[in-house]
Design a protein around this ligand. Structure first.
Ligand SMILES: C[S@@+](CC[C@H](N)C(=O)[O-])C[C@H]1O[C@@H](n2cnc3c(N)ncnc32)[C@H](O)[C@@H]1O
Length: 352
C-alpha cells in the first residue's frame, strides 16, 4: 500500500526540470489507428486511446513493454517509433490478435497478467525504457458477448479476462461474475458496489442479490440487470448497468489489487531514466496511479512528526504529468469508449 501523506517537513514533489514538449501536445490530433481482425473485417479490434499522446511520450524509446497489449494498437505505435517491443496480455485472444496484426519481427509476446511474478521477471530481463499500461478491457472483449463483459440480454455472467473466448470455463482460472454473485456474502457484495461503482444503494442491491439467488442462481446478464432495476427503480438504465457491471468485472479480475501490487515492480524494472505510463478508465484506478506516482516523487516519506528522516530520503523520480492527460472532445466523439481515459506518466531518476 503506497504511503501518501503531505508530510510536514517542507519537501515538495520534484517537478520536471524542463517542460516536456509532449505534455504540451494537443491530445489525439492525428488520425486514429484503426485496424481489423481478419475474421471480422468491418469491426475494429480496438481503437487505441490517446494515441498521439502515447506516441509523443514513447518517442525516443528503444525497448518498450506494452503490458496490456489488447489488439496491439499502442504496440504498433512503439514499433513505428523504432522500439523493440515486449507485448503482454492475460487474454490469449488479445495475444493472438496482436500477433496477426504485428507479426513477430521486433516484438515478443507473453500471455500473463502484468502483476504475475513470471511477467515482472520477463519485464526486468527485457530492460525497458518505457512500460505502458492501458487498463480495463478492449472493445473486442466487450463486443464478444460470450465473454460476458456486457449487459446485453442473455450474455453469460463470466467477465474473466483470462478466459478463452468461446470455450467458457475451459482452462480458465478464477471465479466468474456469476460465482461471485451466487456465493459472496452481503457485506462483500456491498463493498464491491459501493467502492467500485459509487453506488449509493449498495447494501440494498447486495441484499437483493442474496434474496434472488435463494430462488434461482445468477447465470446471465438479465439476472443482474433485473436485480439492479428492482433496487434502483424503473428509471435506472444503461449507465447504471454499465457502472455496476464494471464493478463486478473489477472484483472478478482483482484489478485494483493487481495494479497496486504491480506498480512498484514495473518501476523497478525500468532502466534509469525510463518511464512508466498508465491509462486508466475508473476513478479507483486513477486514484491509485496518481497517489503512487506522487509518493514516489517525494524526497521524504517519514511520518510528519518524526524528527529524523529514516526513510529512503530521496525521490525515486519525477511525475511527468502534473495533471492527467485526457482525450480531446474530437477523440471522444469518434470513440466514445475513450471518454473516461486519463493518462499519467512517471520517469525514474537516473541512478536510483
Ligand atoms: C484497453 S485494452 C488495451 C488495448 C491496447 N492498448 C490497444 O491499443 O489495442 C486492455 C487490455 O489489457 C488486458 N489486461 C487487463 N488487465 C491485465 C493484466 N492484469 N495483465 C495483463 N493484461 C491485462 C486486457 O485483457 C485487454 O486486452
Amino acid at each position: 500500500m503506497p504511503v501518501c501523506h503531505t508530510g510536514g517537513r517542507g519537501f515538495e514533489p520534484r517537478q520536471p526540470r524542463q517542460p516536456r514538449s509532449w505534455l504540451r501536445l494537443p491530445t489525439q490530433t492525428g488520425p486514429f489507428l484503426l485496424w481489423s481482425v481478419p475474421t471480422a473485417p468491418s469491426i475494429p479490434y480496438h481503437v487505441p486511446v490517446l494515441a498521439e499522446s502515447v506516441r509523443a511520450w514513447g518517442t525516443g524509446s528503444r525497448r518498450a513493454v506494452d503490458a496490456t497489449l489488447g489488439g496491439g494498437g499502442h504496440a504498433a505505435i512503439f514499433r513505428e517509433l523504432g522500439a523493440t517491443v515486449l507485448g503482454i496480455d492475460r487474454d490469449p485472444d488479445a495475444i493472438a490478435a496482436a500477433r496477426r496484426h504485428l507479426g513477430t519481427a521486433g516484438i515478443e509476446y507473453l500471455e500473463a497478467s502484468f502483476a504475475a511474478p513470471a511477467a515482472t521477471a520477463a519485464i526486468r530481463e527485457f530492460h525497458p525504457d518505457r512500460i505502458l499500461l492501458d487498463l480495463g478491457v478492449s472493445s473486442h472483449q466487450i463486443d464478444a458477448a460470450e465473454r460476458g463483459f456486457t449487459f446485453r440480454p442473455g450474455a453469460p455472467l463470466d467477465m474473466r479476462m483470462g478466459a478463452g473466448a468461446g470455450v467458457k470455463g475451459q482452462g480458465a482460472r478464477g471465479v466468474t461474475a456469476a460465482d461471485l454473485l451466487n456465493s459472496w456474502p452481503v457485506e462483500r457484495l456491498s463493498t464491491v458496489f459501493s467502492d467500485y461503482a459509487d453506488e449509493r444503494r449498495a447494501r440494498a442491491l447486495a441484499k437483493e442479490v442474496v434474496r434472488r439467488r435463494l430462488s434461482a442462481p445468477f447465470g446471465v446478464s438479465d439476472d443482474f440487470v433485473n436485480a439492479i432495476r428492482a433496487v434502483l427503480g424503473s428509471r435506472s438504465g444503461p449507465s447504471d448497468f454499465a457502472r455496476l457491471f464494471q464493478a463486478l468485472r473489477i472484483a472478478v479480475n482483482e484489478e485494483l489489487d493487481s495494479l497496486e501490487a504491480a506498480l512498484p515492480e514495473l518501476r523497478d524494472a525500468l532502466v534509469p531514466g525510463g518511464s512508466l505510463g498508465v491509462i486508466t478508465y475508473h476513478s479507483g484506478e486513477d486514484r491509485i496511479v496518481k497517489h503512487t506516482f506522487r509518493e514516489w516523487s517525494r524526497e521524504c516519506v517519514c511520518p510528519p512528526r518524526q524528527p529524523v528522516c529514516t526513510c529512503r530520503g530521496h525521490a525515486l523520480g519525477t511525475v511527468l504529468t502534473k495533471k492527467a492527460i485526457v482525450p480531446q472532445p474530437s477523440e471522444i466523439a469518434a470513440n466514445p469508449r475513450a471518454r473516461s481515459a486519463r493518462f499519467r506518466a512517471f520517469e525514474v531518476a537516473d541512478g536510483v
